[in-house]
Design a protein around this ligand. Structure first.
Ligand code: IMP
Length: 186
């Protein structure tokens, strides 16, 4: 992970406060990478992330893993602005056959859980040897469907978050920290 000067972002981006600073994210991601390395030693797991939000978390997580593994991506759309549309559209599917593979679904944030429930079911149909979810942020209070999360980075409040891959109308993804925004002022 590249460490950046947080003050350099203040003038250009409108966020209300920083929730998770870079050091805190790094420490936790390193722990998660170590845990995955222990769990899947000798298995060559496949890490799948949902674009675009998960790309930064995945980039750091995979470098925190010390075992061989593969990566693949799906592009899904479930949100417009700050509200869920309730339907999940797969715009780009996997290139890898996951049958018999140990799959880790890497998610940036789980909010209502609708996206994850849909994708989890969709992947389970393809008969992986195992399927687990590793998500950085769990917005527990906002959950509408009960979907299992095997590994969680941080549990967060129900507010709109940006940075470290998370966007607001496609902007803010490059912030190296996670911040809260007021959508009326962003
Ligand atoms: P869910 O289907 O409501 O759980 O939403 C999951 C997806 O919505 C995540 O993968 C994100 O892409 C997006 N999302 C949910 N909450 C936030 C947020 O606070 N900031 C940015 N994106 C979010």
């Amino acid at each position: 992970m590249i460490m950046a000067d947080e003050t350099a972002y203040q003038e250009q981006f409108r966020y209300t406060r920083i929730l998770l600073r870079q050091e805190r994210i790094q420490t936790r991601v390193r722990e998660m990478g170590a845990e995955l390395s222990r769990r899947f030693r000798g298995e060559k797991p496949l890490l799948i992330t949902l674009l675009k939000g998960g790309f930064i978390f995945l980039a750091d997580l995979c470098r925190a893993m010390t075992i061989p593994h593969e990566l693949d991506f799906m592009l899904v759309r479930s949100y417009e602005g700050t509200t869920t549309t309730g339907t999940v559209q797969i715009i780009m599917d996997l290139k890898t056959n996951i049958e018999g593979r140990h799959v880790v679904l890497v998610e940036d944030i789980v909010d209502t859980g609708l996206t994850l429930e849909y994708i989890r079911d969709h992947l389970a149909l393809r008969k992986p040897a195992s399927l687990m979810v590793c998500c950085l942020l769990d917005k527990k209070e906002a959950r509408e469907v009960d979907v299992p999360l095997e590994m969680v980075g941080f549990t967060v409040e129900n507010e709109y978050l940006v940075g470290y891959g998370l966007d607001y109308n496609q902007l803010y993804r490059n912030l190296p920290f996670v911040a809260a925004i007021d959508p009326d002022q962003a």
